[in-house]
Design a protein around this ligand. Structure first.
Ligand SMILES: Cc1cc2nc3c(=O)[nH]c(=O)nc-3n(C[C@H](O)[C@H](O)[C@H](O)COP(=O)(O)OP(=O)(O)OC[C@H]3O[C@@H](n4cnc5c(N)ncnc54)[C@H](O)[C@@H]3O)c2cc1C
Length: 238
């Protein structure tokens, strides 16, 4: 795709995930001066609400983390009148991140004792603590997967075998689930640097799709446009 006279265009956003849509909104630019390119045949990226059961099921993001004014999504959700189911209160019936909510089974179908799971959880914590020390040593960033490999190399007593190894892997999978990416793409430097906004957590009962639709309204979005290279010329961008 070639954009003639890019000064008139002002903003060329290359992907159509939630961040790009929010960025466009916050830039205050007129939609007519913005073009968004998206490689897939749908917008939203990791926000994707499926309606095939006749009701909304979020396959990607489904919580608003930090129900407060500082959260740029909160006013949009409020304006649209979208209900939130609060999952951070004491009366919540949803369980998520606490260990007590999980029951692990081995491949023979026997439940792994809870105390054992918790014991391996402590090993995982010890490994993460060691990766923290490694972070201080390293000048350059590496992945958490690589950091764990180095820690286990240096601390053989933290290595696990058999079912203990499987449970340890489960802890790593939970971490990957939280970041929605593989451990070799999680940054050692940044993985624990997030700042949680106040206000608790709310589940988007009607799904995130209305938010995406609202943000995308009136924008020039070109689906099926995968960006492979950006070339700037004096009078156009390709
Ligand atoms: C299963 C799951 C559950 C989650 N749960 C929550 C939650 O409850 N609450 C929460 O706040 N967050 C949650 N997240 C995280 C949240 O979805 C993401 O942080 C957020 O959607 C990221 O938005 P983004 O715009 O940065 O990236 P993305 O959503 O990844 O958007 C990037 C877009 O760029 C497009 N793209 C990539 N490369 C190219 C290219 N070369 N050319 C053109 N287009 C390209 C992609 O197709 C995609 O549409 C979850 C994520 C997942 C996967």
């Amino acid at each position: 795709m070639s954009v003639e006279n890019p000064t008139r265009l002002q903003l060329l956003l290359l992907v159509v995930g939630l961040q790009a849509l929010l960025l466009q909104m916050r830039s205050g630019m007129r939609p007519s001066r913005v073009v968004l390119l998206e490689s897939r045949d749908r917008i939203g990226g990791r926000v994707h609400t499926d309606y095939s059961f006749g009701f909304p099921v979020d396959l990607g993001a489904s919580w608003l983390h930090g129900v407060c004014e500082e959260n740029p999504l909160a006013p949009i959700i409020g304006r649209l009148g979208l209900p939130l189911y609060r999952t951070s209160g004491d009366d919540s019936v949803l369980f998520d991140h606490d260990l007590e909510s999980y029951a692990l089974y081995d491949t023979n179908g026997s439940q792994v004792p809870q105390e054992f799971v918790e014991k391996i959880g402590k090993v995982f914590e010890a490994i993460l603590e060691e990766t923290g020390k490694l972070r201080e040593e390293m000048k350059e960033d590496i992945s958490i997967a690589k950091a764990i490999a180095i820690v286990l190399e240096r601390n053989p007593h933290l290595r696990q075998e058999g079912i203990a190894h499987d449970v340890l892997q489960w802890y790593l999978c939970r971490m990957e689930g939280w970041f929605a990416t593989d451990a070799d793409a999680i940054s050692l430097q940044c993985w624990d640097q997030e700042v949680l906004l106040p206000g608790g957590h709310g589940l988007m009962v009607r799904g995130y799709r209305p938010v995406i639709n609202t943000l995308a309204k009136g924008l020039d979005i070109r689906l099926g446009h995968r960006v492979v290279e950006i070339v700037r010329h004096w009078n156009r961008v390709e």
